[in-house]
Design a protein around this ligand. Structure first.
Ligand SMILES: Cc1cc2nc3c(=O)[nH]c(=O)nc-3n(C[C@H](O)[C@H](O)[C@H](O)COP(=O)(O)O)c2cc1C
Length: 182
């Protein structure tokens, strides 16, 4: 069956991250993103697509740092709060009842409840259509021990995945599949 062009992204199930930044006045900000991916391992680069009017983009331009927090299904109900537009002086982590934890290299806090976190220094932005593709250099990375076994342990981590707007995919991963080695 044929779809409208604007429906193409609804064919993909994408991991949800919550990007934390701080404003130039030091107020933390948190926003969910699902148009996102690692770009390369060496050098370690990560990217996501951000509407230019989001506070996240303004903060990144002002402070050149951000943290990518990998969300679990247990954070699903918080998406509604985190995607709301609050004035820049409102701490959205507090609004969502999430806990700020210290980061190793950059200033923005990480989210304690997240499965894992990637600390990034702003590398480059590219205007694409109505969005900005923001690239970060990964400068520190960590994971909840219970969610890790050499790679992400999806059956323990239960990552939250997004399809479109209010549609998410849950209960997707029940076990890790290891393909035969060459
Ligand atoms: C699950 C989910 C995924 C989202 N993905 C994106 C995205 O990839 N790019 C984007 O610009 N906005 C995305 N949004 C919308 C932003 O999170 C939302 O507009 C938010 O208020 C921006 O916050 P900020 O102004 O504090 O940066 C998403 C929202 C949700 C709930």
């Amino acid at each position: 069956m044929r779809l409208r062009l604007e429906d193409f992204s609804k064919l993909f199930v994408r991991p949800v991250v919550v990007v934390t930044t701080v404003s130039k006045n030091g107020v933390p900000n948190a926003a969910p993103f699902s148009m996102n991916t690692p770009i390369s391992v060496d050098p370690p680069l990560y990217g996501f697509s951000c509407h230019p009017e989001h506070d996240t983009w303004r903060n990144i331009q002002d402070t050149r740092e951000f943290v990518v927090n990998v969300a679990g299904e247990d954070m699903g109900d918080l998406m509604k709060i985190l995607e709301e537009k609050y004035p820049p002086d409102v701490n959205e982590l507090e609004k969502a009842g999430l806990t700020e934890a210290e980061t190793a290299v950059v200033k923005p806090p990480r989210i304690k409840e997240a499965i894992g976190w990637i600390e990034c220094r702003f590398e480059k932005a590219v205007e694409l259509g109505a969005h900005i593709w923001i690239t970060g250099e990964v400068v520190s990375v960590g994971v909840k021990e219970s969610a890790w076994d050499g790679v992400l342990k999806p059956e323990a981590a239960h990552p939250l995945t997004h399809i479109s707007k209010e549609y998410f995919a849950v209960d997707m991963v029940t076990r890790t599949f290891e393909r035969a080695k060459k």
